[in-house]
Design a protein around this ligand. Structure first.
Ligand SMILES: *Cc1c(COP(=O)(O)O)cnc(C)c1O
Length: 396
């Protein structure tokens, strides 16, 4: 389609929308319907005219959801997208699609907690095994490939340490061994990073985070580089497991997505101001952010990301108590899990998002007791810095 050559800033506003009802509606209509009526047919004629466009029953496809899917396909430079009821529904759908009993999945260390939980279920119930490894070099990845390995599943940047996985290295190894590559792109959004351009096969999102950006939807998106394969997932795993996105949530996401480029620019600019501030603080031990010149992975960040995004992690003095005292001394910045919203959020991974990870594994992942994760919002950076300043003065 012609529009696929447009800039992302334009795609988020116009992509995938044709005025299907011919009412001249500027915004995408909400088709809040579970089913679609078939036309009456005169004898001998085909009655499936609506069905040809996929309008039969909304678990199989819905015009509002389809606009979102086409828009995201264009954003990710893919060939097809499926929208799901949550990020986890997208993760589970692709893993069910790619694996069978006896297979092995190679994962980057530090994957999302519920993805870790899902891998545990798959191992216990279906004998689908996995390994979590550090993926800094091709050699490291290559060594971990087994005869049973069918796919490499990565997140980059990794939550919450902000360590990067080298996408090109992953794809190079995968191509040599005939493995499929799945990238959870939630932390970057397609405005900052498009893994399919590096040769990944699938990219997925918790649309709950940056894609929607307004903290009022739970949703998931899965984009692939093969249109037919995506349609076959739609008509098998998605249809029969049933984890679809509702038309209303798709409508909200279409609305939220329009400002994705503007939001990601502001999230990144705010985050850069905040890391400069944090690095000067005596009570801050370390700051982790991809677009920081002092970060050893800065060159890699520039190679695969357009900007650093809105997530910063940092450690403070005083261990767990220090981290919690800092967090409890904030007022504008809210204590919450999730990320990617307009509001700046902070959380303490060791006792919040990663509390179920065994301590030894947690420390191996770099999640110390003094680490905090900040999801920088869209407020004025000076107000956020002032809030942190007052929290630091409370720690002295
Ligand atoms: C939140 C999140 C998920 C899960 O998405 P839900 O929409 O909560 O189901 C998966 N991966 C990452 C990186 C996330 O941050």
């Amino acid at each position: 389609m012609k529009e696929y050559n447009l800039h992302k800033d334009t795609v988020v506003v116009h992509g995938g929308y044709e005025d299907m009802a011919h009412h001249g509606s500027l915004t995408v209509p909400l088709y809040q319907t579970s089913t679609f009526s078939f036309e009456t047919a005169s004898q001998g004629e085909d009655r499936f005219s609506g069905a040809e466009e996929g309008n039969i029953y909304s678990r199989l496809g819905n015009p509002t959801v389809r606009v979102l899917e086409e828009r995201v396909t264009a954003l990710e430079n893919g060939k097809g997208t499926l929208a799901f009821g949550s990020g986890m529904a997208a993760v589970s759908a692709i893993l069910v699609h790619l694996t069978k009993s006896g297979d092995h999945i190679l994962c980057s260390r530090g994957i999302y907690g519920c993805t870790f939980g899902l891998l545990g279920i798959m191992e216990r119930k279906y004998n689908i095994k996995h390994d979590l490894i550090q993926m800094r070099t091709e050699g490291e990845i290559e060594q971990a490939v087994k005869p049973e390995t069918v796919c490499i599943y990565v997140e980059t940047p990794i939550n919450p340490t902000m360590e990067l996985v080298d996408l090109q290295a992953v794809v190079n190894v995968a191509k040599r061994h005939g493995l499929r590559v799945v990238v959870d792109n939630t932390f970057s959004s397609p405005y900052l990073q498009t893994p399919l351009d590096f040769g990944a096969d699938f990219v997925l999102h918790s649309a709950t985070k940056y894609m929607n950006g307004h903290g009022d939807v739970i949703g998931g998106l899965l984009t692939g580089n093969d249109k037919e394969e995506m349609e076959s997932i739609r008509m098998s795993v998605q249809k029969d497991f049933g984890g679809i996105m509702s038309p209303f949530d798709a409508w909200l996401l279409i609305r939220g997505l329009k400002t994705l480029p503007v939001r990601m620019e502001r999230h990144s600019a705010n985050a850069e101001k905040i890391i400069r501030y944090l690095k000067k603080q005596k009570l801050v031990e370390e700051v982790f952010y991809p677009f920081d010149e002092d970060n050893p992975q800065y060159a890699l960040a520039q190679q695969q990301m357009r900007a650093g995004g809105g997530i910063i992690s940092f450690s403070v003095t005083g261990g767990k108590e220090g981290a919690q005292l800092f967090m409890d001394s904030l007022s504008l910045i809210k204590i919450a899990v999730s990320l990617g919203d307009a509001e700046t959020l902070i959380q303490h991974p060791a006792t919040m998002t990663h509390s179920s990870v065994p301590e030894q594994e947690r420390l191996r992942m770099g999640i110390t007791d003094s680490l905090l994760r900040l999801s920088v919002g869209l407020e004025h950076a000076d107000d956020l810095i002032r809030d942190m300043e007052s929290a630091f003065s409370n720690m002295k």
